[in-house]
Design a binder for this molecule. Structure first.
Ligand code: DGY
Length: 418
């Protein structure tokens, strides 16, 4: 146990660039948004100051409108595509133009609650509070223009679940005409069989070019995107962050932020029920551009348990995972192994990811589903013991996939074992 923690700390040290960490050397050589928030949880167990710095660096690159971008290109590295020239966001230190799952509100509250250095935690959390709140407001203003209580993502990369089966049908509507020729770099760092396809990459880049042609004006991008998807996992992360920010703001006497954040969370929880799918016994995505639910049994619908859904729903999510356990050795596969589109090696079309395991387990614990939460934690650690600190794992064979020496995987191990 201590041995695994020591190994995890070595992974974090290796990827530490001083004021931010890279997810892994080579494949992802910059700072990624939700990677940083979750990795800070690992640092916090032995270096609280470093944990706060990780999140502060991210927010130093927040846009004036409130958005926190998904990649910060701190130092140039042409081993990654698409780099700053493709994004064209015209910022002094370049960033991408889209965002990522807003898990920071959750992470900051957790680091604050556990802090040994209370004075430092209070000072640093207080400074972050309005900035995180500005990001949450940005989401509801720009990504929920009709006020439904749920936000849409406009690019699969925003979900973090880049090539999920969930996007297939909607993504087919994204054109590929006019995409400038490019060379992928990811497939020279990782096995191409573990990564998205070239066809998907063309569409990822079409969307980037489209948003860029609109000057990255977030008041226009939602309606202008042919891809507008309401993802239960993404919304659960936002809702959980809003309710955690409300609690934190309350403790710090910031009553206005507390009230706003509470209202976002309550409205979101009520709206989540529109994503429930009786037939599949889990939550599913809603394709806002097409106006219909997507019948896809993915982990996005299980991650919904990260926010305070009704206990009966959390129980149903736990039951659904128990069913998945009949066809895989390690929980929680990112797609149902019995579904025809399942691919146990290919990124988000089947593999297990420790960060999602951690969030589902956390939500299930809060909802009184301790048994399934324990099972998930145990499987996470078994994967590390069998296959090391990989980016993701085949849920049947435990084969390590994607990048190695992976920062957030290591951070989750420190979290789970502490
Ligand atoms: C990638 O490059 O694969 C990332 O997931 C995009 O953020």
């Amino acid at each position: 146990r201590q041995d695994l923690i020591d190994q995890a700390r070595a992974v974090l040290a290796r990827n530490d660039r001083g004021h931010y960490t890279v997810p892994t050397h080579g494949l992802y050589p910059f700072q990624w948004n939700w990677d940083s928030a979750l990795s800070a949880l690992g640092f916090a167990h032995y270096d609280e100051a470093r944990a706060w710095t990780e999140i502060e660096t991210l927010f130093d690159h927040q846009w004036e409108d409130g958005k926190v971008p998904h990649i910060i290109f701190h130092e140039m590295d042409d081993g990654y595509f698409p780099g700053p020239d493709v994004w064209g966001t015209a910022r002094r230190i370049p960033t991408s133009g889209i965002t990522q799952p807003p898990v920071t509100g959750f992470a900051v509250r957790r680091i604050f609650d556990r802090a040994r250095d209370k004075a430092m935690a209070e000072r640093r959390a207080r400074a972050l509070l309005p900035r995180i709140h500005a990001w949450h407001k940005w989401f509801y203003r720009n990504r929920d223009p009709q006020g439904t209580g749920l936000v849409a993502i406009i690019h699969p990369w925003e979900s973090g679940r880049d090539n999920s089966v969930d996007w297939d049908e909607a993504f087919a509507r994204v054109p590929t005409e006019g995409v400038a020729p490019f060379q992928r770099r990811d497939t020279s760092h990782a096995n191409p069989a573990h990564r998205p396809t070239d066809e998907q990459y063309k569409r990822y880049i079409w969307l980037v070019q489209h948003f860029r042609s609109l000057g990255w004006d977030n008041t226009r991008l939602h309606d202008a995107s042919p891809f507008r998807m309401v993802d239960p996992g993404f919304n659960a992360i936002l809702i959980r962050s809003c309710s955690d920010l409300a609690d934190l703001a309350q403790q710090l006497g910031e009553t206005e932020i507390a009230a706003d954040s509470r209202a976002f969370a309550e409205r979101g929880i009520a709206a989540m029920d529109s994503l429930w799918h009786d037939g599949l016994g889990q939550y599913v995505c809603f394709d806002r551009a097409a106006g219909k639910q997507i019948d896809s049994p993915s982990i996005g619908g299980l991650l919904a348990a990260f926010c305070a859904i009704p206990h009966a729903r959390a129980q149903a999510v736990a039951a659904r995972i128990a069913t998945l356990a009949e066809s895989a050795r390690f929980m929680v596969p990112s797609h149902d192994p019995t579904a025809p589109e399942y691919d146990g090696l290919r990124y988000w079309r089947g593999p297990v990811w420790l960060i999602v395991n951690y969030m589902i387990s956390d939500g299930l614990k809060e909802a009184g589903q301790a048994g399934m939460a324990q099972r998930i934690d145990t499987d996470s650690i078994r994967l590390i013991e069998e296959s090391g600190f990989a980016e993701y794992y085949d849920p049947i064979t435990a084969e390590p996939c994607g990048g190695g020496s992976f920062t957030w995987t290591a951070a989750m191990v420190i979290e789970i074992l502490n």
